[in-house]
Write a protein of this length. Structure first.
Length: 241
């Protein structure tokens, strides 16, 4: 019996999606894949449901280059809330601690951040997608299981405070290597300050050379008529060069 052919159109290239909040990366991928009726597609580096921003989607032949995008540096804008620790390290988790937020001036805060710049080691959160014996850690965490995690070498090239909108909130610009967990960074910074913290907003501004400037949203794609979708597919093909 012959092999069954893949259903859908054989298109190739990269679409830069501005992933919406509340949607998993895989759900976003499957939604866009259906809109284009593509037979083969994959995403390059998951964004948590909490996170928004640049999510490159590879179609057809472009999936061969997905590892290159996975290995690329990333840039984020992250907002953390001080004084509240959650089990997942982000706003979707259950609150474990509420602590008084100390008064910290800009100079003292800069001293804290300096410890996280450059080449550092980071212990991934139990709520990461790293697998242990074939199971993602976040699935084990939701079962109340915690396992030992090895520290990973990462690099943070830039870590800058953009604003302090409230006494218990900090907004950062982070330029980092692949494998950097911003939720864990928020947790570590909060611990170093002495009150704990968690991530409340995360927006990926760049993945490698790809930025939000050329990204489209799921809602925009849904509004495209057939011709506009075909035009988008042409742009996808141009990416694959």
């Amino acid at each position: 019996m012959g092999r069954r052919g893949r259903k859908g159109r054989n298109i190739s290239g990269i679409l830069l999606l501005d992933k919406p909040v509340g949607m998993t990366s895989n759900a976003a991928l499957q939604t866009v894949k259906r809109l284009f009726n593509a037979c083969k597609a994959g995403h390059t580096g998951s964004l948590d449901p909490l996170a928004t921003g640049v999510l490159p989607l590879c179609f057809g032949e472009a999936t061969k280059f997905s590892q290159f995008l996975l290995d690329a540096d990333k840039r984020y804008q992250a907002t953390i809330k001080l004084g509240v620790v959650t089990d997942s390290g982000d706003a979707d988790g259950e609150v474990l601690e509420r602590n008084e937020v100390p008064v910290i001036d800009d100079r003292s805060l800069e001293g804290v951040l300096e410890g996280y710049r450059g080449a550092i080691s980071q212990v991934p959160s139990m709520y990461s997608a790293i697998k242990k014996d074939g199971q993602p850690l976040y699935k084990l965490a939701r079962q109340g299981i915690e396992v030992e995690r090895e520290a990973r070498d990462i690099r943070i090239d830039e870590l800058v405070v953009l604003e302090r909108p409230a006494a218990d909130e900090l907004v950062f610009d982070v330029h980092c290597s692949k494998g950097t967990y911003i939720r864990q960074l928020a947790d570590d910074i909060g611990e170093r300050i002495g009150c704990g913290a968690h991530l409340v907003e995360l927006r990926r501004l760049r993945s490698g050379d790809f930025t939000l400037d050329n990204a489209v949203t799921v809602d925009e794609l849904k509004e495209f008529d057939g011709e506009r979708l075909n035009e988008s597919i042409t742009r996808l093909q141009e990416y694959s060069g």
